[in-house]
Write a protein that binds this ligand. Structure first.
Ligand SMILES: Nc1ncnc2c1ncn2[C@@H]1O[C@H](COP(=O)(O)OP(=O)(O)OP(=O)(O)O)[C@@H](O)[C@H]1O
Ligand SMILES: [Mg+2]
Length: 373
């Protein structure tokens, strides 16, 4: 599956809706990648250089007001719109075309097998019939898209189809908050696909050994996104509701601190001597267990692919010694993804703060790399 292609396919519904508007913006040059995450809004604008490669031309991050977004659900539209407006101003970007993502329990992301030789209409109807029982929401209120991955290796007269679906309301909400900030929503992607794209274009080794793949693991405040990337494609992705928020909550309760102070102490240190033993190590242990489980589930569905490297992103990846601990617990080399590896930074952007925020910017970067038609 081509990562760029599926991003375009997934957004078909939004794109179709926006087709008429596209005539008003014939020379769109960049997409603003906006990650509406559980703890913050992160924004990146990338310029695709004529000689190849990308330059960060604008970027900004700001925490979201408490309760504005929970588990990928936008609860207070106005707060999110206002935060985006402020962030765009702060970043200095003049780009108005936006890519955002959907994720979490509202997104169905699955692979099904259907008979080869169906007409496009028959295929669409077959996909809908097969997927409907898996949907936790009504089919008629669903944005659904699919892409043909290729021949089913075990049933040769069938095709494997990657299907994604999410409630129309999720797309509508994102459209409203983006429009509320005076911008245009062009692309709605799935988080794990955008993450895989960022890895592939910005961080990944150009050459992977035959039959081997890398796992890109984004550990955020409330979610672990696990994507397996092989030769230029994502072959597996899953999400787990676990993240740095748990550790902040424990610190807050144990040491009787405010949320902000607990978060700061976690990042900068200064907690009592028992912190490492009582809180940090058990948190790391749970995190490693979650990642181990994701790996085992992947291997049970794809025995022939070996994961030769774990690449970490997300704010929690900066936890001291996490990559080393994962590496020794799971016997797979692990490292923090270096988003600066292939990116140049425009003079207008604070390089040091971008480098510091880099691991948490992977999704926004992947979104900025989306393609619109
Ligand atoms: N240096 C650090 N050490 C430990 N934890 C950190 C550090 N920096 C940030 N974090 C934690 O990382 C988390 C935020 O990461 P990130 O910005 O990737 O999350 P998010 O994208 O908002 O969340 P999600 O992807 O789950 O919606 C917070 O829990 C924060 O406390
Ligand atoms: Mg995130």
């Amino acid at each position: 599956m081509d990562i760029k292609k599926i991003a375009i396919k997934i957004v078909a519904k939004v794109e179709i809706f926006l087709d008429a508007l596209l005539f008003r913006v014939p020379s769109r040059t960049a997409l603003l990648g906006i990650d509406i995450s559980s703890s913050a809004i992160k924004l990146v604008e990338l310029y695709s250089k004529p000689e190849g490669g990308y330059e960060v031309t604008a970027y900004a991050v700001a925490p979201l007001p408490e309760g504005a977004v929970r588990d990928h659900e936008i609860l207070v539209e106005a707060s999110v719109s206002n935060a985006i407006t402020a962030l765009v101003q702060q970043s200095g970007s003049t780009c108005s075309d936006v890519a955002v993502a959907v994720a979490g329990s509202s997104v169905l992301n699955t692979i099904i097998s259907v008979p080869a030789g169906l007409t496009p209409l028959e295929m669409e109807s077959r996909v809908q019939t097969d997927v409907e029982p898996m949907l936790p929401f009504e089919l008629e209120n669903t944005c659904l898209d699919f892409i043909i991955l290729g021949q089913n290796p075990t049933l040769l007269d069938e095709l494997l189809i990657q299907v994604v679906a999410c409630p129309e309301q999720e797309i509508e909400l994102r459209k409203l908050v983006v429009q509320g900030a005076g911008l245009d929503l062009r692309v709605v992607d799935v988080e794990s696909f955008a993450l895989g794209r960022a890895y592939d274009l910005l961080v990944g080794d150009t050459k992977k050994e035959d039959g081997k793949a890398h796992a890109v693991i984004d550990i955020g405040a409330s979610q672990i996104t696990f994507a397996v990337v092989s030769e230029k494609s994502i072959i597996y992705s899953t999400e787990t509701a676990f993240g740095g928020k748990q550790l902040t909550e424990e610190i807050q309760q144990h040491y009787n601190l405010s949320w902000a102070d607990a978060g700061r102490a976690k990042r900068k240190g200064g907690l009592a001597d028992d912190y490492a033993e009582v809180m940090l190590e058990p948190f790391k242990y749970s995190l490693i267990k979650h990642i181990d489980k994701a790996l085992k589930i992947f291997y049970s569905s794809s025995e022939s692919t070996e994961i030769s490297k774990l690449v970490l992103s997300g704010g929690v990846s900066k936890l001291n010694g996490l990559a080393e601990d994962l590496s020794s617990a799971l016997s797979i080399p692990a490292e923090i993804g270096d988003v600066l590896k292939h990116l140049s930074i425009n003079d207008s952007v604070d390089m040091y703060s971008f480098a510091d925020d880099g691991p948490a910017m992977m999704l926004a970067l992947g979104l900025a790399l989306s393609e619109s038609k």
